[in-house]
Design a protein around this ligand. Structure first.
Ligand code: ADP
Length: 485
């Protein structure tokens, strides 16, 4: 699918907005021009009518008969004004009939033909207006004013032309038609340049991000980029790369560790098989060798089982109950097993668990976690005391395994939950540990919505705690944080 480029989109949008603004401005200019032109035409007409009316005061019919209308002086002055106009006069003849005259700058004064002497002034006016309107149409404005005087009644018709204004208007429209596309072109070029400059940091981030290859995840995008949003994007990508890189490193080291752990017993098995295949082996020797092979196979199977348990736990494929159970019972049960495990060693196992401590989770999985913690405590406590207790803290309940053993340094504490991590691998392997016990404990605790914490001091001992959500019994007071609002 063809997707438009951001730069093009922005340029087009920007040009469209600029063009629309300019076109609206032009439209407003044209409307204002038209309105002002009309006002000017109307005022000019009124003004002409005023002047003509005042000039009419000078008019006198020398003969007192309707043979002539305008004396030369009046005609000259009116013509000198320049505006087109028409003046009519209706005079009463001796016979009692009326005569209509007209005067205009371009024509000599004459009686108006087409009208009889008996035409009423109103009729003459109507015919005059019709005639003018027919010719003038929209191009002219016709002002009519009725003037009554001692000499008779005059009708002044000022015909003002709109044509010069129309030309001005047409000129403006023409300029708009030519200028608008031209301006759009110029705006588009300017916008393109501006947008290119604005998007430059984004382009740089895109180029740098595409250059990062899975084989070399150590490269990062330059930050700051010069634009806050783009810098945030670059930082976000860099943070993601950090996580991907550390996940990749963990995966690599996991693969290396897993193959190492599995290859060691396989090498042992092959060596023993070869030893057995040699001639002159007694049946007793062969039986011993097979027993050792069996042990190696058990060890390997255990590692594979544990790895599968971790994988299924991490992929949420393990069945984990979420019910209320008494943690004290589990602690006591594990303490009994621990006592059996510690028999024959200089280690005392004690419990500190009175009364029910209700947890929400899976009792069997919790027992599995505690067995891992307790077997570690026994392994790493050459002599001393191991105390198992059930505790309550705010909205959590915990089973705590405390020992007075060798302790764990701060650096190691940060890594003991990683797969295959062992502080002293030869010593740990000697105890049968592959470095997966704490990883399993962590996965199982998290699956129940809980956590494992550890506090330790080298040479003094360690304290591991499994903390699970507290179960709320029907009669219990509901904790404030769980109450319905
Ligand atoms: P392992 O099977 O080797 O015991 P774990 O994952 O259970 O593996 O433990 C990881 C490492 O953490 C161990 O190798 C050990 O060095 C250290 N460790 C665990 N528990 C204790 C403890 N109670 N005291 C001292 N060290 C411990």
């Amino acid at each position: 699918m063809h997707e438009p480029r951001l730069g093009e989109e922005l340029t087009t949008g920007f040009t469209r907005v600029a063009w629309a603004a300019l076109a609206s401005f032009m439209f407003v200019v044209l409307v204002v021009f038209a309105v002002l032109s009309e006002i000017a035409v109307r005022r000019a007409s009124e003004h002409s009518a005023d002047v003509i009316e005042s000039l009419l005061g000078l008019y006198a019919d020398p003969a007192g008969t309707p043979t002539g209308v305008a004396p030369a002086m009046l005609a000259d002055q009116l013509v000198g004004m320049g505006d087109p106009f028409v003046i009519t006069r209706t005079t009463r003849a001796d016979s009692g009939g009326g005569t209509v005259y007209y005067l205009s700058p371009t024509m000599p004064a004459k009686p108006l033909t087409g009208l009889s002497g008996t035409s009423a002034p109103a009729e003459a006016r109507a015919i005059m207006l019709d005639a003018l309107a027919e010719r003038a149409r929209w191009r002219f404005r016709v002002l009519h004013r009725r003037v009554e005087s001692d000499m008779g009644d005059f009708d002044i018709y000022v015909v003002a032309s709109r044509v010069p204004h129309v030309w001005g208007f047409v000129g403006l429209v023409g300029a708009a038609v030519v200028l608008l596309p031209l301006t759009a072109l110029v705006v588009r070029r300017g916008a393109k340049r501006a947008v290119r400059g604005t998007l430059e940091p984004l382009d740089r981030v895109t180029i740098q991000a595409s250059a990062i290859h899975p084989d070399d995840l150590s490269r990062r995008i330059d930050s700051p980029t010069g634009q806050r949003e783009v810098t945030e994007l670059a930082d976000g990508i860099n943070r993601m790369l950090d996580q991907v890189e550390s996940a990749q490193r963990a995966l690599k080291s996991f693969t290396a560790d897993a193959s190492h752990e599995l290859r060691t017993p396989l090498t042992h098995i092959r060596a023993r098989v070869q030893w057995c295949l040699a001639q002159d082996r007694g049946s007793e020797e062969i039986q011993d060798a097979f027993a050792a092979i069996g042990q190696e196979i058990d060890r390997t199977t255990k590692i594979v089982d544990e790895l599968m348990l971790i994988a299924r736990g991490e992929n949420n494929q393990l069945d984990v109950e979420c019910v209320s159970f008494d943690l004290t019972d589990v602690v006591k049960e594990v303490a009994e097993i621990a006592q059996a495990m510690a028999s024959g060693r200089d280690v005392e196992v004690t419990t500190d668990a009175d009364g029910p401590v209700r947890a929400r989770g899976d009792a069997d999985r919790t027992r599995q976690i505690l067995l891992n913690l307790v077997s570690n405590a026994i392994r790493y406590t050459p002599e001393g005391v191991i105390t198992l207790s059930a505790r309550r803290k705010e909205h959590e309940v915990g089973a705590v395994v405390q020992d007075t053993g060798v302790g764990i340094s701060e650096d190691d504490r940060a890594r003991i939950f990683e797969r295959f991590y062992r502080v002293d691998s030869s010593r740990s392997r000697e105890f049968g540990g592959a470095g997966l016990g704490l990883t399993i404990a962590k996965v199982l605790a998290e699956l129940q919505g809980g956590v494992i914490d550890v506090a330790s001091e080298l040479g003094k001992g360690s304290t591991f705690g499994v903390w699970l959500p507290e179960a709320i019994e029907p009669g219990d007071m509901v904790p404030a944080h769980l109450r319905e609002p």
